[in-house]
Design a protein around this ligand. Structure first.
Ligand SMILES: Nc1ncnc2c1ncn2[C@@H]1O[C@H](COP(=O)(O)OP(=O)(O)OP(=O)(O)O)[C@@H](O)[C@H]1O
Ligand SMILES: [Mg+2]
Length: 347
């Protein structure tokens, strides 16, 4: 990397055991500054354990972990000053108001306050949209509101790096969208965010990079676009020389996953024309393997080919004077990456 800034988070050869059980095995990845990094894996993969090491709550047995260039083992106080850590099951003190709760933590963090005026508390409430609820008793808040309160708490000391363990699990769609919007806003403010999840769809829109973890190992990591490209190359039969992304040049930490060659893909079309006409045009194309009527008057097309085939198909429809409204992959990019990279052996 030519960039002089240290990565927000750098994990190298991290291994950990609980008793004889190896929970983390040679985990390496980088989170660059300004990213929203999705740490994804099924239950028990080792996400929380890794996050606890990043948050200085668990000392790594093997490996080196740095936050903004500071070693978590050697400089834990410095690391804590720079991170906002939200655990997966944060207890909240129920019989206090939102404001009292945040003021308590502002004091605990020794955030400078001018007398009784807690400007940081006001700013945190403002940002998380809690100002209206400042006198609400915490125990009467919904899960989504409590989650926002947790975020307000971790923002009090204005950390540069946010480490959020499952911030959107158990939230309804609206609360999830609100959290996603808030994360995007925090990123725009210059913060780096690592968040874990075992649900892909809750993250797909906001994350810029991912690490997919399975049974204590990183299966693949890097910017979503790069991983998708590498998988696409593999799908075409060109094996990349090394993993899609490796934090240490020349020493790939995760071998390129053996991906079965998936030549078929499904896309969903919306066309302003009767299904039979669309079907008529598409069944003429040699790479189209099936055309079905889907829900909400969509057309589901299976085709053997890459993006060029999709573009060719759209052109054929347009040339036939059919009005194409939308073309969507059946799965979003992150889901595709996950399915292809893990090959389904998640047990
Ligand atoms: N303190 C502990 N003592 C013993 N085993 C533990 C301890 N903490 C975690 N484990 C085990 O380590 C493995 C990884 O747990 P971890 O909590 O890191 O997974 P996770 O990816 O966060 O899963 P989830 O999606 O369920 O939160 C699990 O098998 C878990 O049972
Ligand atoms: Mg966990």
């Amino acid at each position: 990397m030519t960039n002089a800034e240290p990565p927000a988070i750098s994990v190298r050869h991290l291994s950990h055991r609980f008793g004889r059980f190896e929970v983390l095995r040679d985990v390496s990845f980088d989170v660059h500054q300004g990213e929203i990094f999705g740490f994804i894996g099924p239950n028990g993969a080792g996400k929380t354990t890794t996050i606890r090491v990043l948050a200085t709550l668990l000392e790594p047995m093997v490996g080196r972990v740095k936050v903004l260039g500071h070693d978590v083992t050697l400089k834990p106080e410095l690391v804590r000053r720079h991170i906002g850590y939200m655990p997966d099951h944060a207890g909240v003190y129920d019989r206090v108001t939102v404001r009292e709760y945040l003021e308590f933590f502002a004091d605990a963090y020794r955030v400078p306050t001018a007398g009784t005026s807690y400007a940081v508390v006001d700013a945190s409430m403002e940002l998380t949209d809690l100002t209206r609820l400042s006198d609400k008793i915490v125990s009467t808040m919904s899960k989504g509101m409590k989650q926002r309160l947790q975020l307000a708490r971790v923002l009090l000391h204005d950390p540069k790096v946010l480490i959020l363990d499952e911030p959107a699990s158990d939230l309804d769609p609206r609360a999830r969208i609100e959290i996603r919007d808030l994360l995007t806003e925090l990123r725009a403010m210059g913060k780096t965010i690592l968040l874990s999840s075992h649900i892909l769809t809750e993250l797909a829109d906001v994350v810029t990079s991912v690490a997919i973890m399975e049974r204590g190992r990183i299966v693949v990591s890097g910017p979503i676009g790069e991983i998708a490209e590498a998988l696409e190359r593999q799908r075409r039969g060109e094996r990349p020389a090394q993993a899609p992304y490796s934090p240490e040049a020349g020493a790939p930490h995760a071998p390129a996953p053996e991906v079965p060659r998936i030549v078929e893909r499904n896309v969903k079309l919306r066309v302003l024309a009767p299904f039979e006409r669309v079907q008529g045009v598409l069944s003429e194309l040699p790479f189209v393997t099936s055309v079905r009527l889907g829900p909400m008057a969509t057309v589901q097309v299976a085709l053997a080919g890459d993006d060029r085939a999709v573009a060719f198909m759209v052109r054929a429809l347009v040339v036939a004077e059919l009005q194409v409204v939308s073309v969507e992959p059946e799965r979003n990019e992150l889901e595709r990456i996950f399915l292809e990279a893990t090959r389904g052996d998640l047990q």
